[in-house]
Every structure is written in C-alpha cells, then in structure tokens.
Design a protein. Structure first.
Lengths: 291, 329
C-alpha cells in the first residue's frame, strides 16, 4: 500500500513538470499552427545548458533558472519567425512543411548535442533540495517536490499572464482565429514569436529541473516530445485544465509502469494509451483555442 | 503540387526506368566491389525514399516512423532465417511485407482519420515503441541483435536490391500516376472535403496509401538484413534512418516521381564521402537537420524544381489562387 502511495505521489510530482512543458507546447501549437517536434530537444537543451554552466562557473543550477529562461526565450524569439514564414508560405502543403521544419530543427539540435557531449548520460547537480521530504508516512525526494513547486508557480504565472493581461488576451484571440485577431489590430507574427519564446524558455527551465531528477542524453529528447504530445492529445488542444489533468496522469502512469512493470516498458505503455485515445476520441481531441 | 507525371508521358517514364536499370545492371562488369556496394546502398535508399514519398508526397501525411517498417522487415527476415526456422530467403520477404502492411493498417486506422500532426507523432511513437520492443523481446535477440547466414556475393545483393527498387518504382508509378487510385490519393491530399463529397472513402484511401508505403521498406529491410548479415536495434531501427529519408525526399522533390531517387543518390553519396573523409561522425546528423530546414525554407519543391522553374512558377500561381480561395471561409 505504501508502495502504491509512494508511486502515485512520485508520479504526481513529476507530472507537474510535464504540465509546465505541455502548456506552452499546446499554446504554441494553437498560435503557430505547427506542432513543434523539437519540444523534447528544448527540454534536453535546457538540462545540458544547466549542466555545462554550473560545471564551468560553479554556480548552482537552480540559481541559473531565470538565466535559462531568458536565453532560451531569446533563441525561441529568433526561430519563431522562420516557423511562421514556413507556415504561411505560398508553397503547397505548408502544414506538412512546418512539421518537416521543426523535425529538422530537432534533428539539428540532437546532432549538435551528440557531437558536443556524446552518448553518456549526465545529470544536473544541485546543492539545494537534497535528501527526502517526509509527509504522512510518504517519502519523496526533495528535488521532485521542488520541481513540482516550480511547475505550479511557472504554470500559474503563465496562466495569469494569459488571462489577466492585454497581451494575454491578444494571445488567446490569436489562438482562436488568426484572421480576426489580425483584423482587431493584433500583430499576429509578433504574438507568435512571443508565445514561442515563452514556451521555449519555460520548457528549457523545466528541462533543467527534469535533468536534476532523471539522467539526460541527447537521445531522450524524443521521449519528451512524445510525452508532450501525449498530454496534448489526451487534453484536447487548447484546454488548460485538460493539460493539467493529462500531465499529472502521464506522471502517474510513468511512475506506476516503472514501479510495477519496468522502466523499459514506459514508451510502449504510453504508445498504447495514445493509440487507444486516438481511436476513441478522433474528433474530441482536435478542439482548438484556449478556453 | 499535383504534378501529373514528370513529362506526363508514362511510356517515357517507364522507358527511362528500363534504361536506367539496364545501364545499372551492367555495373558489376565494370567496377570494383566497393562501388557495387555503394550502388546497392543507393538502390536501397532510393526505394525507401520512394515509399516515403507515397505517404508524404502523394497522400500529404508526413510519417516520422518509416524506420519501423524497415526494421520490421529486417527482423522478420532475420528471425525466419535463424537455424531453428531455416526459411528460404525469398520466402521471408512476402511475410515481411504482410506484417509491415498489417502494422501500418493498424496504426493508420486511428491516426489517419486525424490532422497530419497526429499522424506524424503517432508514427514517430510507433518507431520508438518497435525499437523498445525489439530491445526487450527474447526472439529478437535484445540489444545484441541477430545474425543471418552469410552470403558473400555483392552482385547477388546488388541485383536483388536493384530489382526490388525498380519494381517498387514501377508499381508506385503505375498506381499513383496512372490509375484511379492515384487520382483518389491526390484528391484527398489536395482537398479532403471535396474528395469526400465525390464519394471517396478518404480514410480508406489514406490507409491503402500508407500500407503501400510500408510494404516497400519492409521488403528492402529484409534484403538489407541478409546483406549486412548482422542487425540490431541500433542499426536497423535507428532514428537517423528516418531523418535521412525525410531529407532525401525533400531535397529530391516531394510528390515527384523521380525526386526521391535523385535525393537518395545525392544524399547517399554525400554520406559515403563524409564517412570516407571523417569516419562515422554525429556531425552528419547536424548536416541532415540543417539540410531539412534549409530545403523547407528555400527550395520546398526540391532539386527537381530547379530544372522546371518555369513550370513551377505557373503551379505556384495556381496554388496561390487556390490558397486564397481556401483562406476565405
């Protein structure tokens, strides 16, 4: 019984980080109309950035989180216009080309990381949040609790920004209808860049935290891409509450599979659930616009 | 996008195919085994790129999991050729095709009803799941892989691969450019709602296209397993295979009959040259990724479009007209 409770709590804590990743991913899909297949690579890049800088400069990785947000936000800001350009190009099949473009981006990042760091797994080291937290007879690693707390704060701030600021309103309008948003005087291209920048920054920060919990190699990027996509499929695109529920569910699912079946089977189970979800809700999951 | 056929003349295209194959089949008499092996590799990649073009270029659905079918074919052949089963090599290929086709139908059935992004990631997940499965399962040899009986005959593999690629080309060409099936596939790609209004079962058409595009890499994968005599998840289920496919077709020309073969030749020679000069390097992955992005940004219709610039400009103008019409709801 404790084992089950342990697994459930551990899973929920990890799930928080999946929510933080997926919420930006979902919104950037809504605004840019392109699924960013590089999402997992932003996770890994964030983790590796934290590893390299904290090793080189001796600064604790956790103090670097704001820097990571700013740097990766800037990178995202620079890349977004390219995606926008592909998506709105006059060539045939722009949607397909958009996917190919982000796929190329993911491949480029993966190759770069492999060339720079090789295949060896690395972890983010931190001197904060070591040891365990105990509550009601359940122990959880402090780092996971910290990751969850971060995810709650980051997701909360992000949603507050979306729902209580004028820019947030513009973003939601763009996600609902680009043309009408443009007619209302919203600069759709600028909004797209902004959303993509926030999303890459947020994802890289979450990646640095995930890197402190799980070992990272350039190869695991794909895994996080699938996770983010899994969450969005289950949630229905654009549903913030759905993303939270699905992200936590994914964390619990992963934790249960790892505890009772074996970590090797995680992707197989995730794929199985994804398959069934696609089969059962072919229409319901393609809802769009942040509601 | 919907070019009828290059040149529009079926006899010309199939004639060119016959000429190319005839010229290539003389190759073993002229060159060294090294170049024979290069040519075998080109034939294999051209065939796989061609199969990817079926689902992506013609049906308009991007698949990031084609390596799964290649791997399924390779493993089917390798498993059936193990001493305890001891199948004849030729008998394993249809089995590989059937299994890959069945998997494609099973995955395509839910995923092809949806928008392209779902299909793209579902297939990507499929490739990962297949790789994970082969690593876990006993009869696939785990991460250690499998060996097949050794047949040290470069010419045999060259001719087999060339024949397989040529047949795949001919079948795809006839089916997609010269039959009602091809018109249906392209109709679904260009305007799914209108196609459905014409009474086309769009999901079925897409599944059929996907099955066709899965069978080819499975057969080539089977031949490849026998050729390289040792397979493991790292070699025949490596993500780089999909990466390479994407870039080959995009560089060559998406949705064009000859594009994939052209792209496959160019890319394979580039990869081989890199391997000779610098050894196996992960920098190759960077090049592949950068090439995909560059082609999408600057040359979305691939190399074939360079020679047909004037024609393309006309098509682009038509497409602008079409997208404008679509844009106004």
């Amino acid at each position: 019984m404790t084992e089950l409770a342990q697994a459930l709590v551990g899973g929920l804590l990890i799930g928080g980080l999946y929510v933080a990743i997926s919420i930006g991913f979902s919104l950037s899909f809504g605004v840019l109309d392109v699924v960013d297949l590089a999402v997992g690579m932003w996770v890994v890049l964030g983790a590796f950035a934290a590893i390299v800088v904290s090793d080189k400069l001796g600064i604790d990785a956790f103090l670097l989180l704001p820097v990571i947000f700013v740097v990766f936000g800037a990178v995202g800001w620079l890349i977004a216009p390219l995606i926008y350009r592909v998506r709105t190009s006059k060539y045939a099949l722009p949607a397909l080309m958009g996917l190919a473009f982000t796929f190329g981006l993911a491949t480029l990042i993966r190759g770069g990381l492999l060339t720079a760091f090789g295949y060896n797994p690395r972890t983010v080291h931190t001197d904060f949040f070591t040891g365990n937290v105990e509550l009601l007879g359940i122990t959880a690693p402090a780092i996971r609790v910290a990751g969850f707390a971060f995810a709650v704060v980051a997701t909360g701030l992000f949603l507050a920004f979306l729902f209580y600021t004028r820019t947030g309103l513009a973003i939601r309008a763009t996600a609902q209808s680009k043309e009408n948003a443009g007619l209302m005087g919203i600069d759709v291209k600028r909004i797209s860049s902004l959303v993509y920048a926030i999303y890459t920054g947020l994802t890289a920060m979450a990646g640095a935290l995930l890197g402190a919990i799980y070992a990272m190699t350039p190869e695991v990027g794909l895994r996080y891409t699938l996770f983010a996509f899994f969450v969005v499929v289950l949630a229905g695109l654009g549903s913030a509450v759905g993303v939270m529920a699905a992200g936590l569910f994914l964390g619990v699912l992963q934790s249960l599979v790892t505890t009772y079946v074996g970590a090797n089977y995680t992707l197989l189970v995730v794929f199985g659930v994804l398959f069934i979800a696609l089969l059962l809700f072919p229409q319901g999951i393609s809802r769009r616009g942040l509601a | 996008m919907s070019r009828p056929a290059s040149g529009g003349n079926p006899y010309l295209n199939l004639g060119v195919l016959v000429l190319v194959v005839a010229a290539l089949s003389l190759l073993p008499m002229m060159t060294t085994p090294y170049y024979i092996r290069i040519a075998t590799g080109i034939a294999m990649w051209a065939g796989i790129a061609l199969s990817w073009n079926v689902i992506c270029g013609y049906a308009g659905y991007i698949s990031f999991g084609h390596v799964a079918f290649f791997g399924i074919g390779a493993y089917t052949t390798a498993i059936l050729m193990q001493p305890q089963h001891d199948w004849n090599f030729w008998a394993t290929l249809p089995v590989a095709a059937v299994i890959a086709g069945a998997v494609a139908a099973l995955v395509g059935w839910p995923a092809l009803r949806l928008k392209g992004a779902y299909f793209a990631i579902a297939t990507w997940a499929l490739a990962e799941a297949v790789r994970e499965l082969t690593t876990i399962l006993k009869f696939t040899g785990g991460s250690g892989g499998l060996t097949t009986p050794i047949r040290n005959d470069d010419n045999f593999f060259f001719y087999t691969m060339l024949a397989a690629a040529a047949i795949a080309f001919a079948v795809c060409y006839v089916l997609l450019e010269r039959s009602r099936f091809g018109f249906r596939v392209k109709a679904v790609r260009d305007n799914e709602i209108a196609a459905r209004a014409q009474g086309i079962n769009t999901t079925l058409i897409k599944i059929e296209a996907f099955v066709l595009s899965a069978i080819i890499p499975a057969v080539l994968g089977g031949i490849n397993a026998y050729w390289i005599t040792f397979i493991n998840p790292q070699s025949v289920l490596n993500t780089i295979i999909t990466d390479q496919l994407v870039v080959m077709v995009l560089v060559g020309g998406l949705g064009h009959a000859w594009g994939p073969a052209l792209g496959a030749t160019a890319l394979f020679l580039l990869q081989e040259q890199l391997r000779v000069s610098y050894g196996e390097t992960t920098a190759y992955i960077i090049i592949v990724g950068a090439l995909v992005m560059a082609v999408v940004l600057f040359l979305p219709d691939g190399l074939v479009s360079l020679a047909r610039r004037a024609r393309r400009m006309r098509l682009v103008r038509q497409l602008i007209g079409r997208t404008r019409q679509e844009a106004t709801p």
